[in-house]
Design a protein around this ligand. Structure first.
Ligand SMILES: Cc1cc2nc3c(=O)[nH]c(=O)nc-3n(C[C@H](O)[C@H](O)[C@H](O)COP(=O)(O)OP(=O)(O)OC[C@H]3O[C@@H](n4cnc5c(N)ncnc54)[C@H](O)[C@@H]3O)c2cc1C
Length: 317
């Protein structure tokens, strides 16, 4: 029996690890004036005034107690974030190295939020665990996937989630069930300022060769339909109920359209591409022009899927 069926609020509470609430010293790295363009796939935008790289969950808890945060920005692999040219004034917390645990059982894996989705898919394939193949082509982390409810080929994170380990803004750990996270298409109800630390994801024992074939097919599909090896944030807009966003962007004449070095991909016109030296302003302006054109033409109000951070600065364009 798959595990989500056996879990309820009572037995999850009893499984929650104890995190001592103390004022222990912080051992993770603190940096100032960090260029976010180097840490995001679109390769644009200004600096983060302060960045914290927690060593582990305990360290993150100590940090949050020492520097209470109203709404810290959480960075995973930066594959879904457009940082504006003016940068970010507050703290950015990078969920990386300190959150890369992986533990497998027969019907689930316990994975840290800092692991790359592709790594998790590869490990599961080697172990003959099916269900997470869809992660093989998503370039983000587990934390980013849980936050965006990332999906492809018909499966999303919420489908496979048994429970998530999260930290509240006061540094306390909670274990939340999928129904408590109020998941929807590309949306998650985790309150602002809360941080994913990891998750238990459901799997089913299967043949490693079959899993490898499925994943290879997904990569093939990806190469056929989407630009690869480019500076992009993936889909710029979420698909509206009426159909795929790319169709409306195409109809509005934005396939291959450019502004400076920002461009909508010829291959998949919901993908914005930085051709080399685009500014965040160029990328955002071009996308807003497409959004307006789609609305004028079809009355559909596209919603940004890419998350935008920071301050706009005038560039003169
Ligand atoms: C080439 C390409 C292909 C893509 N294909 C797909 C696809 O097929 N399907 C799909 O759904 N998406 C796709 N994406 C978008 C992106 O990869 C996913 O949304 C991914 O899950 C984001 O993970 P990340 O670690 O990069 O998150 P980031 O980009 O770093 O962050 C995205 C959001 O998640 C939040 N976040 C990140 N980590 C945490 C955490 N630990 N706790 C709380 N919040 C957190 C951030 O604050 C931000 O709001 C694609 C992107 C690219 C560049």
């Amino acid at each position: 029996m798959e595990e989500s069926a056996t879990l309820d609020r009572e037995n999850v509470e009893s499984a929650a690890p104890m995190m001592p609430l103390n004022s222990a010293t912080i051992s993770g790295r603190i940096e100032h004036n960090v260029p976010l363009s180097k840490m995001t796939w679109l390769r644009v935008g200004g600096e983060a005034s302060c960045m914290f790289h927690p060593k582990d969950a305990e360290d993150l808890s100590a940090f949050l107690q020492k520097f209470p945060q109203e709404n810290p920005l959480i960075l995973g692999a930066g594959s879904n974030i457009l940082v504006r040219d003016g940068g970010v004034a507050g703290w950015v917390i990078k969920i990386g190295k300190g959150f890369r645990t992986f533990q497998a059982s027969e019907h689930h894996v316990d994975v840290g939020a800092g692991l790359l989705d592709r790594y998790v898919a590869d490990q599961c394939q080697k172990l003959g665990l099916s269900g997470l193949e869809f992660m093989t082509t998503i370039p983000g982390t587990i934390g980013g996937g849980l936050s965006m409810n990332a999906s492809c080929y018909g499966t999303d994170f919420a489908d496979r989630l048994v429970h998530a380990n999260v930290m509240d803004p006061f540094g306390k750990i909670h274990i939340l069930l999928p129904q408590e996270l109020n998941y929807g298409y590309r949306s998650c109800g985790l309150p602002l300022g809360w941080i994913f630390l990891g998750a238990r994801l459901m799997c089913t024992p299967s043949n490693p060769e079959d899993i490898a074939l499925t994943m290879a097919d997904m990569h093939l599909q990806r190469e056929k339909t989407q630009p690869t090896m480019v500076k992009t944030g993936g889909s710029t807009f979420a698909n509206p109920q009426q159909g795929p966003a790319w169709k409306y962007i195409d109809q509005a004449g934005f396939r291959g359209k450019k502004l400076g070095q920002a461009m909508f991909s010829e291959k998949h016109c919901n993908f914005l591409i930085n051709q080399g030296h685009a500014t965040a302003h160029d990328l955002e302006t071009l996308a807003e022009q497409a959004k307006q054109a789609v609305f004028d033409q079809s009355g559909i109000a596209l919603q940004w899927e890419i998350v935008r951070w920071g301050e706009i600065i005038a560039t003169g364009r």
